[in-house]
Design a protein around this ligand. Sequence first.
Ligand SMILES: C[S@@+](CC[C@H](N)C(=O)[O-])C[C@H]1O[C@@H](n2cnc3c(N)ncnc32)[C@H](O)[C@@H]1O
Length: 314
Amino acid sequence: MRLAGRAKAGFYPTPPRVTQLIAQHLKASQPTHLLDPCAGEGEALATLALHLKASAQAIELSKERAARCRKQGLRTFQGDSLTYRGAGFGLLYLNPPYDDGFQERLELSFLKHWTPALTADGVLVFLIPERILPRVSEFLTAHYHSLLALRFPQPEYRDFQQVVVFGCRRKEPAPPQPLEVEGVLGEAHTARVYALPPSPAAFVQPRGPEPEKMLEMVEQSPLWRHLYQRDSAHFQPLLPLKDAHLALLIAGGLLNNEVIRLEGEPYLIQGQIQKQVQCLEEERENYTAQIERETFVMSIAALNLWTGALHTLK
Ligand SMILES: C[S@@+](CC[C@H](N)C(=O)[O-])C[C@H]1O[C@@H](n2cnc3c(N)ncnc32)[C@H](O)[C@@H]1O
């Protein structure tokens, strides 16, 4: 998916009939908390919260969709959920973007990041394309027990060939096992019910500064100055320490997919930190040592949404 497309695309809401079928697999007999870290417009989460009479928290990247979550009465955080962390939830409803990340599939990154937000025996509901199941099954079987993978029923399966995986978080990781699809959601023989554990308290917290505050600071940062001085032969020197911290956070992805205004023009921001390994030889007394040196290269891509010009700051 291209950079410009990422902020808007990736919204594949759970079809309402599928949410109803998923709800039949879940029960809660004590107060518990639900979390959807890729909540879209919050419809699926709100339906489950009503069904389970539980309180629910949502995180959503898109401002418009986050606003819709709030209208559904959900406690909502807006931003990249990978820059948040959470704990204490009885249910994790995870329908993440279906896309490649820098190092691994995003479905796996979101699963790894959000698994610690569940209490022990907390229930995972994980929606992914069926072809991705082999890429996530090692992590799933190591960290969850009582797993059940079911295909969406027709006609909903036809669009993205999704499966829903139910499981309960293990207290301790176990050796990985193969994981196969066992049937179709809604078929009588697949009707296993997952009881949510009680979760008296749960929280979601930003891992760094609030994105709204960051945006203000970013728009005033000297980091962008060379964008307006394209003909200038010399760039600004490396930023003073405070701004360098800011640059590091942006390169680390804190503002990924945010749109900021620079001199009135909208830019979509994407940060990246990549490990590079350099192989060197060093002469020692009686031999030549082979040395690997690891360096981390930071970059920030800024896509001008009016002109389409892509600037990369390194
Ligand atoms: C497949 S949709 C799922 C929506 C909803 N959970 C549902 O099942 O109906 C994925 C949602 O994740 C959002 N998203 C993508 N990347 C995100 C990120 N890094 N943090 C939070 N939300 C993100 C997209 O904007 C989209 O609304």
